[in-house]
Write a protein that binds this ligand. Structure first.
Ligand SMILES: C[S@@+](CC[C@H](N)C(=O)[O-])C[C@H]1O[C@@H](n2cnc3c(N)ncnc32)[C@H](O)[C@@H]1O
Length: 210
């Protein structure tokens, strides 16, 4: 029996939310989360202002599941002052530090999705050794250096249940179109024999844990 797939329906325009997820990627992520979150909770690494979190939480609202949204909220290399994706509006006036957590909470509240999200303000690699909950879906969209992407894959992919989804964002096959770290962990997952590629939508790769 095919699973019900209600369309993505949010009370705010996803395009208006700061972030890094194309609309066709959001739709594909949502459909994957509808299936994955029926198995067990979802965990994302890299929430930023919550664009992807909203999509995952919208699925969890339907399935009665939960998104663990892991981000230290200090931004990646490319969000720091002087870098390409720095947003001065995300600098905390009191501390002078980059901080996306207030915007993240604001967006969850606006969308009415707070009950389906457990934010964890921490570095993913500090949390990983303590994690004990099996996952139905893992979305990797944190640091894009090779070290960071490898740490995310090695620290977290083992928590996925059979049939669960490993989603990797910003996968570029060619150096000319983007950094290679997400592509590298995608290849590692496929070469492990534990994952098969289910779908590619723009730079989003969706792999199924065998
Ligand atoms: C590309 S942004 C995420 C975009 C988001 N998924 C969206 O839909 O807009 C990457 C995020 O990863 C976070 N990040 C980078 N390294 C991290 C780490 N080691 N642990 C947790 N979060 C990290 C940054 O703070 C940043 O918010």
């Amino acid at each position: 029996v095919p699973l019900p797939m209600p369309p993505l329906d949010l009370p705010l325009a996803l395009d208006a939310v700061r972030g890094f997820l194309a609309s066709e990627e959001a739709e594909a992520l949502y459909r994957a989360a509808l299936a994955g979150s029926r198995l067990a909770p979802v965990l994302e690494i890299g929430s930023y202002c919550g664009k992807s979190t909203l999509v995952l939480a919208a699925a969890c609202r339907i399935t009665g599941s939960l998104v663990y949204a892991v981000d230290h909220h200090r931004g990646s290399e490319e969000h720091q002052p002087g870098e390409l994706f720095h947003d001065p509006e995300l600098v905390d006036a009191l501390t002078g530090q980059f901080d996306s957590f207030a915007a993240f909470r604001h967006n969850l509240e606006l969308a009415g999705l707070t009950p389906w999200v457990a934010p964890i303000v921490q570095r993913a690699e500090c949390l990983a050794p303590h994690w004990r909950t099996p996952l139905g879906m893992l979305f990797i969209d944190g640091g894009h250096s090779l070290d960071a992407a490898l740490a995310d894959y090695r620290g977290w992919a083992g928590h996925l249940l059979a049939g669960g989804t490993l989603a990797i964002h910003d996968v570029h096959e060619n150096v000319a179109s983007g950094g290679q770290a997400p592509h590298a962990i995608c290849q590692l997952a496929l070469q492990s024999g534990l994952f098969v590629l289910e779908q590619r939508v723009a730079t989003l790769a969706l792999l199924r844990r065998l």
